[in-house]
Structure formats: structure tokens, C-alpha cells
Design a protein around this ligand. Structure first.
Ligand SMILES: C[S@@+](CC[C@H](N)C(=O)[O-])C[C@H]1O[C@@H](n2cnc3c(N)ncnc32)[C@H](O)[C@@H]1O
Length: 233
């Protein structure tokens, strides 16, 4: 552990067991870590990253579609107002990432499965070997527990979005199993982690649709099993 960091201050910024701490603990293993963050808003994650990388002599690069430049004036932080899918614009603005890659990417911008998958496919190669990509909001249990069918249609859609994102992220893993390890953390709406095994600048595998059974088979499964036994399938 780095000696510049007071543990009580660290725990204040990265509370024990939190998703932020999962990323903070990962970064503390790195020398001069660089972070690329998608989604800043009011800067909760950004400020924590900035604080930690100041101690570790690292850098934070953040992108948001809205102007969030007032979140911090720290020297080790660069902000770009842009759609994060505009990779050429992002990399030409953050040339260090284009040339040397990053240790950690944090995806917390537009929470839709198609967006997250595009980001993974675009930016995976810019993560260094033994670096990681973290993806926020991939588990819907908090919404399911508090859902009120009469009042909260937004929560209904949110449940589906998080499920679709979780499935899409898992599918990305299945397509790239020799290039990355995948972990899903529960709580706080879920957090995915890809630990990168392949080298910097190596592309992810092209998307290949994997066989899966039809969702209705799941519902019919008990009856199909009985039928299969009856006809000795
Ligand atoms: C959930 S908030 C980010 C929260 C922040 N990481 C935190 O911990 O406080 C999502 C942010 O993503 C931004 N966003 C949405 N779509 C985006 C896109 N296509 N490109 C970049 N940022 C986007 C929104 O403007 C919003 O500020």
C-alpha cells in the first residue's frame, strides 16, 4: 500500500465494500495509474479518482456529453465535453491514452446495452495488460425491490435496461474469454469488471452470436422434461 495515503482518508473517499473501493483497491496496485472515465455528472467518482491519483502520481481523463469542467481544477485531471462514442475525438484530445493506453476505464455514462457494448468494443484495446474496465449499473435488484407498479414506470424500464446491459456484458466476455477475466459484483446496482489478459492495442474478438435456448423454453422446461421422460428422449 502506498505510504502517501492515510487509511482513514482513503476509507472516507472509498468506503469499505463499496464499488468505488473495488476500483480504488485495484488502482493502488498500480504505479502512476491512468484512468479514463465515461460519465462525470456532479463528479462523485471523478473527485475520488482525482484524489487517489494525486497520491499515486497518476492521471484522470474524463468524458461527458455535458460540460462538467467545473467539477475540479486539479492539475492531474483533464475533461472533454463529448459523446464518448466519438473515439477519434477522445483519443486525439487525450493523446497519452492513444499512445500508451490506460490502466482503468470506468463506464458510467449512457446506460443502455447497445451503448455499453459499443464502448467495450471501441476502447478494450486501449487498456493495458493487467488493467481493467469497470461497468456501472448492471444489476436491477434495488429497482425490483422498491418498484411500485402504479407509480413508477421509469423503474420498470430501468430494470430491463440493467438486465439487458448485464447480458450484453456477459456476452462480450463469452466472446473474449482468452483475453479477459470477468467478475460481476452485486449491490449498488451492480458493477462489472473485465480484467485484461491480452496485450495493449490487441483488438477484442469480432462479435459472434453464441447459441442459446429460446426464453420460452425456460417457462416450458418442467413440462418438456416430463414429456421427454414419457417418450424416453
Ligand atoms: C450516472 S452519471 C455519471 C455519474 C458519475 N460517474 C458519478 O459517479 O457521479 C451519467 C453521465 O453520463 C453522461 N452521458 C450520457 N450519455 C453520454 C455519452 N454518450 N457520452 C458521454 N457522456 C454521456 C451524462 O451527461 C451524465 O453526466
Amino acid at each position: 500500500m502506498n505510504q502517501n495515503i492515510l487509511e482513514n482518508e482513503y476509507i472516507e473517499k472509498f468506503p469499505k465494500g463499496s464499488h468505488l473501493a473495488k476500483m480504488g483497491n485495484f488502482l493502488r496496485q498500480k504505479k502512476n495509474p491512468t484512468i479514463l472515465e465515461f460519465g462525470v455528472e456532479r463528479g462523485a467518482s471523478t473527485k475520488a479518482f482525482i484524489w487517489l491519483t494525486e497520491k499515486l502520481n497518476g492521471k484522470v481523463y474524463s468524458v461527458d456529453i455535458n460540460d462538467c469542467s467545473n467539477v475540479s481544477n486539479a492539475e492531474n485531471w483533464k475533461f472533454l465535453e463529448s459523446d464518448d462514442l466519438k473515439i477519434d475525438h477522445v483519443l486525439n484530445s487525450f493523446v497519452e491514452i492513444k499512445k500508451k493506453g490506460v490502466d482503468l476505464i470506468y463506464i458510467d455514462s449512457y446506460h443502455e446495452n447497445f451503448h455499453v457494448i459499443k464502448l467495450l468494443n471501441l476502447y478494450f484495446k486501449y487498456v493495458k495488460k493487467d488493467g481493467a474496465i469497470f461497468i456501472d449499473d448492471i444489476d436491477n435488484i434495488e429497482y425490483r425491490k422498491s418498484y411500485n407498479i402504479k407509480k413508477e414506470s421509469a423503474k420498470f424500464w430501468q430494470c430491463i435496461v440493467y438486465d439487458l446491459t448485464s447480458d450484453a456484458v456477459k456476452e462480450f466476455y463469452y466472446n473474449n474469454m482468452e483475453k479477459t477475466h470477468y467478475t460481476k459484483y452485486f449491490g449498488e446496482n451492480g458493477l462489472g469488471k473485465f480484467y485484461k489478459l491480452s496485450n495493449l492495442f490487441e483488438e477484442p474478438n469480432p462479435y459472434k452470436k453464441l447459441w442459446n435456448y429460446n426464453i420460452f423454453i425456460k417457462i416450458l422446461y418442467p413440462y418438456l422434461r416430463k414429456l421427454a421422460k414419457l417418450i424416453r428422449l
